[in-house]
Design a protein around this ligand. Structure first.
Ligand code: PLP
Length: 392
């Protein structure tokens, strides 16, 4: 049966960053993390109502939106959030940069893990601070923290640890044990956790659950700033609407102060879209997750049969982290672009030899992209392809 997620929507000539990159070519864009699905009908209706009203003045945070968030965080995670803890900001990346600017120190290090969503790697540069990256490790076909190396980095003059959970790329949903260990280390070395949880709604495995870092313990709540958004989930990243949850009043005051005059408030349409999304779209969300699961399964099955390529199970997100080292390709992104598929280059995530494929698109488009990748790899001279091994 056709689903609304099967609809192929022409995004050409819409100033879409994703599609404009390959304007005038036949390359299917499967790079930046926005999906090719239409936002839910209730969100469109809320936006239409605001447009019909016709006045786009300065806007307060709708009281109702905060109440919706408080209920939602309680329902999903048992997280008892107070209204004043929620601070609306126009972007998660903006939030991370603000956190690092205020709480990072000139003589200390910002720490994060690699591979990682590329804007994390630009944060220390933006705030002129030192930077230490710690490689993640693969254990039982799953990306996880190398706690030994992480402790070394956290123990040496660190100020802020930028966490991504669920993890982009790789898709790990961190367990209570993993997060507890992380919280313990950060508390021990007095390192603030900036927890980017923008992908929290994208848990694809039904036996896994997203756990916000801040709910682990009092210590965790006091020592963290959580960043969340409706933007990925409901495919409204262009509306610039996200929020921070900060229970520690001292951190909150400093964070709020740092926004003043530097960061504009969320625009009115972002607020209305978020309100409709978080209150009326649960059914749409579960259908979208079911659709993504099938896309994920297809990607895993097909990519692991491609010459020289492998991908580990993906617990969350709509992003596949593909190991292409055994293809012997010098420039895998160029190779796949020549084959008609636009992927993200692992080198920008701090790990060469990998590409990231965004499977948040209609299945027919995904199949077309996968077919093109397979065909191009099959046409490669045999000598350049090494034997196929799953990464450990
Ligand atoms: C982990 C992560 N954080 C943040 C963002 C972007 O957030 P924003 O557009 O709100 O700055 C993305 C987008 O891909 C992401 O994957």
């Amino acid at each position: 049966m056709e689903s609304c997620f099967d609809e192929l929507i022409d995004r050409k000539n819409t100033s879409s960053m994703k599609w404009e990159k390959y304007e005038g070519t036949d390359i299917i864009p499967m790079w930046v993390a926005d999906m090719d699905f239409k936002t839910p009908p209730a969100v469109l209706e809320a936006l239409q109502n605001a447009i019909d009203h016709g006045i786009f003045g300065y806007t307060n945070v709708p009281e109702e939106l905060n109440n919706i968030m408080i209920d939602r965080l309680m329902k999903l995670y048992g997280w008892k959030v107070k209204k004043e803890w929620i601070i609306w900001i126009p972007g998660v990346v903006t939030g991370i940069n603000r956190v690092c600017s205020i709480f990072g120190k000139k003589d200390k290090n910002i720490v994060t893990t690699v591979p990682i969503y590329p804007p994390f790697l630009e944060v220390p540069q933006n705030s002129r601070q030192n930077f230490v990256t710690v490689p993640m490790k693969i254990q039982n076909h799953r990306m996880t923290f190398d706690f030994e190396k992480l402790e070394q980095a956290l123990s040496k003059n660190a100020s802020v640890f930028i966490l991504c959970n669920p993890y982009n790329p790789g898709g790990s949903v961190f367990t209570k044990e993993e997060l507890a260990r992380l919280v313990e280390l950060c508390s021990k070395y007095k390192v603030l956790i900036c927890s980017d949880e923008i992908h929290s709604d994208f848990v694809l495995d039904s036996d896994k659950k997203h756990i916000p870092t801040a709910i682990l313990s009092r210590e965790a709540a006091a020592n963290s700033i959580t960043l969340m958004a409706p933007s990925k989930t409901y495919n409204i990243p262009g509306l610039g609407c996200s929020f921070a949850v900060v229970s520690n009043s001292s951190l909150r005051e400093q964070f709020e102060f740092s926004l003043k005059g530097h960061v504009p408030s969320v625009n009115m349409l972002g607020f209305y879209a978020a309100q409709a999304a978080f209150s009326q779209c649960d059914q749409w969300l579960s259908q979208m997750i079911a659709y993504l699961k099938e896309n994920r399964d297809l990607v895993i099955e097909r990519v692991n049969k491609m010459k020289g390529c492998s991908v580990n199970p993906i617990e969350a997100t709509f992003l596949a982290w593909i190991d292409v080292r055994e293809t012997g390709l010098n420039d895998p992104v160029k190779f796949f672009e020549d084959a008609g598929v636009g992927l993200s280059d692992g080198k920008f995530f701090g790990q060469k030899g990998f590409v990231r494929l965004n499977f948040g698109c209609p299945r027919s488009l995904l199949e077309k992209g996968l077919d093109r990748m397979k065909k191009a790899l099959n046409a490669q001279p045999k000598s350049t392809i090494k034997s196929h091994n799953m990464p450990q």
